[in-house]
Design a protein around this ligand. Structure first.
Ligand SMILES: [Zn+2]
Length: 381
């Protein structure tokens, strides 16, 4: 029987199974072998079947559940087993975990195989009678996220296993384990703007229709928009012009088409659809059109019962009162928010996605203790 209190060894087992996004196979075998002896029913399934490397590549997912007594509360851990490509220049092989000094090195050490190891170690200390515990684990968080957590949510809805609270183990700590949790994240939408004109000779403008001035006027109006002033929990939404494309190599030609792209990070005063409509109407006014790609809606779990449970656990183990933040990019919490209140809390993020990704051995142990307190408290509530 595995020693579930040895969190670094659990993390090493997961890191040693290479799983550049989208993850399949071995790394899921490893997690399944950890969870089954703890009484979890493990369900694995793939979704998506397009050509490898495309947005439609098949994705493996794992849902594991250990049911408590009838009527008990249900607490879920969520996370991902896929990792970003390691890149070059590592001091040790990225998928051969190595302890040097107080640190454990390897791709996924903090984002987020280390967190998953801490979750497994935590639930090993929680008695079955305490309540229902589940793991919502995808192999497609770092990639397009088309067939990952959304597929898991469909599965949970179909089986009726909808949790009361969900904690995502993304690396949210900044300088010290426990200094920050994420109670929300802003949403993200990218919008292509296009204006069609009529190509012609620069010397004969009456025979052409130049799309560039129309695009410039459109962008000026969009750039001047103030979407909101921020909220108690969110910074103001912002619009950035991220690309301009005319591609006109000739100095004497009025181009036929001009394009630009904008990117909007938005708080819960907006939705992807409301922003697409707003920008679309401005584009139309200037004779163009807008093509939105909504990458994620915002989520917010306002400070209250769940954030207090997490803060109490952190305080008990490390003496810190964590900041309740909504900063940073999107995560799978954008989907999980449709199931139940969701908050993110995990390891220090300084080395995530970088070469020589590393986690402090002491943090792995401390995080498993914090997670164990959170589960017990959440199930007791
Ligand atoms: Zn992550």
């Amino acid at each position: 029987m595995r020693d579930y209190s040895d969190v670094p060894s659990l993390a090493e087992e997961l890191i040693a199974a290479p799983s550049v996004t989208p993850a399949t196979g071995l790394v899921f075998d490893v997690l399944e072998a950890m969870l089954e002896p703890l009484g979890f029913a493990v369900h694995r399934f793939s979704r998506g079947d397009g050509p490898a490397g495309s947005d439609e590549a098949p994705v493996e997912n794992l849902f594991a559940i250990r049911r408590g007594p009838g009527g008990s509360r249900h607490f879920a851990f969520a996370g991902h087993l896929d990792v970003v490509p390691p890149g070059d220049g590592w001091a040790s092989a990225p998928f051969a975990p190595e302890r040097r000094g107080e640190l454990l090195y390897g791709r996924g050490a903090v984002d987020m195989k280390g967190s998953i190891a801490s979750m497994v170690s935590a639930v090993a200390t929680v008695p079955v009678e305490a309540g229902t515990v589940s793991f919502i684990i995808t192999g497609d968080e770092e990639g397009p996220a088309l067939h990952g957590t959304r597929a898991l949510i469909d599965h949970m809805r179909a089986t009726g296993d909808v949790p009361d609270l969900c904690l995502v183990g993304e690396p949210t700590s900044v300088n010290r384990l426990g200094d920050m949790m994420k109670i929300g994240r802003r949403g993200s939408v990218n919008i292509w703007l296009e204006v069609e004109g009529v190509q012609g000779h620069v010397a004969y403008p009456h025979l052409a229709d130049n799309p560039v001035p129309k695009l410039v006027a459109m962008l000026a109006e969009i750039d001047a928009l103030v979407l909101d002033k921020g909220t108690d929990w969110f910074q103001p939404s912002n619009i950035e012009i991220t690309e301009l494309e005319v591609g006109n190599a000739a100095h004497n030609v009025i181009p036929a088409k001009a394009k630009a792209r904008i990117s909007i990070r938005f708080n819960d005063q907006h939705s992807g659809a409301s922003l697409a409509e707003l920008i679309g109407s401005i584009a139309e006014k200037h004779g163009g059109r807008a093509l939105p790609i909504i990458s994620g809606e915002p989520f917010l779990t306002p400070p209250g019962e769940f954030s207090d449970i997490i803060a109490r656990a952190i305080e008990a183990e490390s003496g810190i009162d964590p900041e309740r933040s909504t900063s940073g990019g999107t995560s799978d919490a954008r989907f999980l928010k449709d199931l139940c209140p969701v908050i993110e809390f995990g390891l220090c993020n300084a080395t995530m996605h970088k070469r020589d990704e590393a986690v402090a051995l002491a943090d792995l142990e401390a995080l498993s203790h914090i997670y164990a307190r959170i589960v017990q408290d959440a199930l007791a509530g």
